[in-house]
Design a binder for this molecule. Sequence first.
Ligand SMILES: Nc1ncnc2c1ncn2[C@@H]1O[C@H](COP(=O)(O)OP(=O)(O)OP(=O)(O)O)[C@@H](O)[C@H]1O
Length: 615
Amino acid sequence: MEREADHLNIRAIFHSFQYWPKLTKLLWNTKPIYFIIIIIGYLLKGILPIANLLSIQYLVSEIETRPLSHMLQISIVYPLVLVMFSGLLISSLIEYSDKLFQITLINQLQTLIVQQTSTFNLSDFENPQIHNQLKRVQNDSIDRPIQIYKELINLLSSMVTLCSSIAILLAFRWWILLILILSPLASFYSLLRFTQIQYIAQKKRAPLQRKSRYINYLLTNDKSFKEILLYQLSDYLTAKYKSIFDIFYKEDKYLAKKRITLYLSFQVISTLVIAITLIMIIQITWKDKLLVGSVYALVQAVLLTNQNINTVSQGLISLCDHNLYLDELFAFFNIKHRQENSSMLLRESDICADSTIECIEFKNVSFAYPVQKELALKDISFKMKRGEPLALVGRNGSGKTTVIKLLTGLYEEFEGDILINSISIRNYNKEMLYKKVGVIFQDFVQFDFSVRENIGFGSIGDLELDTRIWELAQQTGVDSVIRNLPNQLEHQLGRNFEGGVQLSGGQWQKMAISRALFKEADVYVLDEPSSFLDPESEKQVFRQFQNYVMDRLCLYISHRYTSVLYADKILVMEKGQIVEEGTHQELIKSRGFYYNLFSDEIHTFQKALVTNDTR
Ligand SMILES: Nc1ncnc2c1ncn2[C@@H]1O[C@H](COP(=O)(O)OP(=O)(O)OP(=O)(O)O)[C@@H](O)[C@H]1O
């Protein structure tokens, strides 16, 4: 997805104009009425300097030519006053509409980015290149449509002024115009190249910027704070953070020097050109005996032309600069179209959307994580049926969680097949699948929202079903905690927001289990469901859970043998393969991987039982 932009050329800059129809649509859809007001306003604003110039010329010429008796007639200042009031009115209208337009546009873009991110796959989130792209879009590209739009309307306004001042110059001496155009033309190309250098430098920063943001997060977050404090990492991390900014500072300094040198050289040339032109005008004035008002208009026209040629060329350069980032923004939005198309395909072949899941079968499944050479799963085959709980055990990294990720459709690029009711998972609509599968992940989310939301998120449409929420809280034993909270179901959880109550690890886990049960899924997967639970809670939660999932499909993953005792069949995994299977008793008897994995735990447990009995 990373776009090759390291060898940009002028053509590449202009190529990005391809997104302008989309940009125009985006701007138009933001707030059409304000958009129209702003465009018309800026056009009128562009005429104002010339209207101002002409009204002053009129005033000065009237003073110069009228007899003294007519001098006191107020009417000679009318044009100037009218121009001034019009300017005030137009500026106020533009400012008001512009502000509201910009707020709406930036909100719309932020929403689009969030919507776009929500269509990503898990593999996208695990891909550093996509994180870099997301970071660049959020940091560098998001305000570009606004900048382009502002640049465009300024350009429009400057063009109008420029055209009018050029008209005045053409009427006097056309060759003055030629002299004025020469220096901006020379600066245009150099500054255009400079914008490319700047863009490439900015683009290369994304990985380091993400690292600095991560360090910042570590240093300012309550979860990492404890370890940072106890391991005394603060100085080390702060130095690391600062070193990244030192790199950026050096680059910025180099770029700023280059820019100011270019800018100064061209400004000096431009000022010299103006000086020469003015000397020529003075000579013409003496030769042709021009009126003071006409001389004023001519000098103003020269200054306005010069100023606006510079503004227009700077504006065009800025537009090209913004264009490069715009390219990135729309390329990011384009990813969505690919995914929409693929999900459309799935929808077309969407079968058995309403049927209940009766069985799931892994058939010779092999899988390697993206960018990873080694297989995380190797030729896995097993079957899950309703009412026959299955357990997965194995050492760390043996592939248990990976099985869940494939089962829930989080990764699609695997070999072999996963059959749901004898139909390949690849033919299922993902949204439908998510509705039917309830997972309690090892790293379940602690939502810093209300209790109601923490449980109700299991089935978002039923968020208001209080009785059901209480019933599930009771099943996992977290109801007593909720009853003690002043606002009960409405009480804020977590420390991030005002009035929030922080729960213990086990209490949060019970919330997560209640949430999964609230879903009324066909399949339940519990990855380390008792990692935070004390032995008594573990027993209670499992007993309730057993009753609940009795006639559904259920898969447990655990490192505690007490948790997998509830399963009808246990699969033992080692290095991505299933190496043993059977009931607890059978696996203990066979004295293989399972026995080695749990023997210490079982012996300790049995010893404790014997000691208790002898007492
Ligand atoms: N997102 C990922 N990208 C690349 N490799 C991964 C990813 N997640 C896991 N792995 C690798 O895949 C292998 C299996 O990991 P998995 O998380 O399935 O193991 P596990 O049995 O669940 O371990 P644990 O008991 O520690 O939770 C490991 O070698 C791990 O390094």
